[in-house]
Ligand binder design. Structure first.
Ligand SMILES: NC(=O)c1ccc[n+]([C@@H]2O[C@H](COP(=O)([O-])OP(=O)(O)OC[C@H]3O[C@@H](n4cnc5c(N)ncnc54)[C@H](OP(=O)(O)O)[C@@H]3O)[C@@H](O)[C@H]2O)c1
Length: 245
């Protein structure tokens, strides 16, 4: 049987960890990529001990150079990629530096530089990942990109103010993905965005509805395995329904 390779950004923690566990249980050879090589290597070791096929790579999605290095390493080691899960993300509400948090959160303190910092991770990072991994995804059998967006990225659903950095970064991700998806449609690569639900992670908090593993399983079955090339660029909910923009 042909090997299937799945790359998960920040696959060592929170929702990404759920994806790493789920995909290895489904027979994927998983590449966990994250900022701290120690953290990603520990996560990979834990999956390895349970019999999964897994690799660890250092990746900072806010750096195009780092993204290029990961793309080169995957090309050299595996020669293709089947599935890319753009999961890494930040939410300024969680910043330990409260001044920096307010600069991306409240109108009174709003600072364009603080917004751009969020965009580099949540919006530009995923699109640069597609830019540099496109060739390898074309060589994969599954040809799928999943961007983890959020219901907070939906203008239609926005019911409260503030939160500038996070909501606009996920909205920007939605539109950037649609542009990229339509531009590269002829390659056969399906690029979709998903609201993963409210998930029990550091960002989501303990009261959230789903565990990371539950969210990954729902999104995989309801979205990733159902979409076809005609669906590229769409924004989905975890249950497989179309999410309002
Ligand atoms: N939890 C929810 O309810 C929920 C709902 C909707 C959407 N989401 C989205 O789901 C994704 C995962 O979030 P989570 O809930 O699992 O949050 P989390 O536990 O805070 O995990 C976020 C991960 O992103 C990584 N990261 C941040 N900046 C990065 C960078 N520059 N390069 C590489 N990795 C970076 C962090 O790395 P370190 O470990 O190095 O800090 C961390 O592992 C995010 O995109 C988030 O916006 C979550």
């Amino acid at each position: 049987m042909k090997r299937k390779y799945g790359l998960i950004t920040a696959g060592h923690k929170g929702l990404g960890w759920g994806w790493s566990q789920f995909l290895t249980s489904r027979g994927y050879e998983v590449i966990i990529a994250g900022r701290s090589i120690t953290s990603v290597s520990e996560a990979a070791e834990s999956i390895h001990l349970n019999g999964g096929l897994v690799h660890a790579m250092q990746l900072d999605v806010s750096s195009e150079k780092s993204i290029q290095e990961v793309a080169s390493a995957i090309k050299e080691k595996f020669g293709k990629l089947d599935l890319l899960v753009n999961n890494a993300g930040v939410n300024p509400k969680d910043y330990k530096d409260r001044e920096k948090s307010k600069a991306a959160f409240n109108l009174e303190y709003l600072d364009p530089e603080a917004l751009i910092e969020v965009y580099r991770v949540n919006s530009l990072g995923p699109i640069l990942m597609i830019k540099h991994l496109k060739q390898l995804l074309e060589l994969g059998e599954e040809k799928r990109v999943l961007n983890i967006s959020s219901w907070l990225g939906s203008v239609n659903n926005l019911a409260f103010g503030g939160h500038y950095g996070y909501v606009s970064s996920k909205n920007l991700l939605n539109v950037l993905n649609k542009s990229a998806a339509l531009e590269i449609k002829d390659s056969g690569i399906i690029c979709v965005n998903v609201n993963p639900g409210w998930v029990k992670t550091e960002m989501g908090g303990k009261k959230a509805n789903f565990t990371p593993l539950e969210s990954a399983e729902m999104v995989y079955n309801n979205v990733l395995m159902k979409v076809e090339i005609r669906d590229t660029g769409k924004f989905y909910n975890y249950d497989g329904s179309i999410h309002p923009w």
